[in-house]
Design a protein around this ligand. Sequence first.
Ligand code: NAD
Ligand code: MG
Length: 384
Amino acid sequence: AGNVISALTLAQQPRIVPVRLERWQYDVTIGADLIRHAGMLLTPVLRQKRVVIVTDDTVAGLHLPRLLEGLAEAGIHADTITVPPGEGSKTITEYERVTNTLLELAVERGTTVIALGGGVVGDLAGFAAATTLRGLPFAQIPTTLLSQVDSSVGGKTGINTPFGKNLLGAFHQPVAVLADTSALATLPLREIRAGYAEIVKAGLIGDAALFDWCEAHGQAVLDGDPDTQAEAVRLACAFKARIVGDDEREEKKSDGRALLNLGHTFGHALEAELGYDGRLLHGEAVSIGLRLAFLTSVRMGFCTQADLDRITTHLDRLGMPARISDLGHVFSAETLIGHMQRDKKMRDGRLSFVLARGIGHAFTCRDVPDDLVREVLITESCAP
Ligand code: NAD
Ligand code: MG
C-alpha cells in the first residue's frame, strides 16, 4: 500500500505498523483523514469492489458520510448496517440482526465487512464477518482511542452472553486497520482517558520507554493533539502487534497474550459491580486496576514502592482514575474477590494475576494468596 499512500495528499504522512502472524499479515495505518481516503487505502486489499459497513448510530452521524464519499470515489459499492451505540449491542440479538442483513444483502465470499466505530462495533462486526459464509474478509476503521490502540489489533472478535462478557467469539484477523486520528476529535474526553489507560498498560507490561513517553506526552494525547495521538497509537499498536505476533491465539500458559490482562483482574471485578451501564468505563476500571496490580506486586515483594509511586503520580497528574475510592462507591472486598474467581482467567481454581517486577516487566503469577488480595482491597478502602 506504500505507493497508494504516497499518492495521497494527506496533511500528515501516515504511520504504519505491520502485524505479522504465522499465516497472515496486515498493516495498521495511522494518521489524519484516513476515513475520507479509505477507498484508496483499502482498494489494494479488497477482493471485490463491494463492502458492507457496520457502524453505530452515533458514529454514523459523525463519520459515515466521509467514509461513503471516500468509498464511492474509488468506485466501491457500500451498504451500511447500523446498530445502537454501546455495549448492549454485543448481543446474540444484534448479531442475528447483522448476519441476517448481510445474508439479505446477498454478500459473497469476497465481500468485505468494514467495522466503523469503537470496540463494540469492531467485536460485533468482526464476529459476524468471521461466521457469515464461514468467514468474510474484514477491515477495521476504529474511531475510539481504545479501539485504535487495543481492540482493532489482534483478531479477537465476539459478543457477550448472560454468562459473561466476550464468551461467544472467534479469532478473525482483519485485512487492514485504518486508525484515523481525526475521528478522535469528536470523542468525549472521558472516552479518550479510557483509551489512554490501555496505552499506559502497554508501557507497564513490557515497554518502559513507552511509559517514559507517556510521562512526557500523555497530557498532549488527552488534549487532542493529532500528531501526538498518532504517535501514541503507533507505539501502542507496535507493542500489541509484537505480543500478538508471538502468541496469536493466547495459547501460551504464561506471558504471551495473557500479559495484556495487566490491571484487568481488578478492573473486571470493579466493572462487574458497577455494571456495564456507563457508570464505569472499561478503561477507567483498567486505570485503577493497573495501580492495584502494581500495589499487589509491591506487597508480594516483586516491585519497588518507587515504581508504584511513579505510576500513581502519572495517573493523578492526568486526572485518570487511580484509586477505588475515586469511584465514590463502597465495594466489599469479598464480593470483588468473588468476581475475580469467576473471571475466565482463573485456571485450575487459582486466581491468575498479571504482576510486575517493575515498570515494563510484567509476568503471570498464580501464587497470589486470597488474603493478600483482600488486604490490598481493604487498604483501598473497601469494606471486608
Ligand atoms: P464503544 O465501541 O462502545 O465506543 C464508546 C462510545 O463512543 C460509544 O457510545 C460510541 O458510539 C462512541 N463513539 C465511537 N467513536 C466515536 C467518535 N469518533 N466520536 C464520538 N463518539 C464516538 O466502546 P470502546 O471503548 O471503543 O470499546 C469497548 C469494547 O471493546 C468492549 O466491548 C470490549 O469488550 C471491547 N474490546 C475488545 C478487544 C479485542 O481485542 N477484541 C480489546 C479491548 C476491548
Ligand atoms: Mg482492556
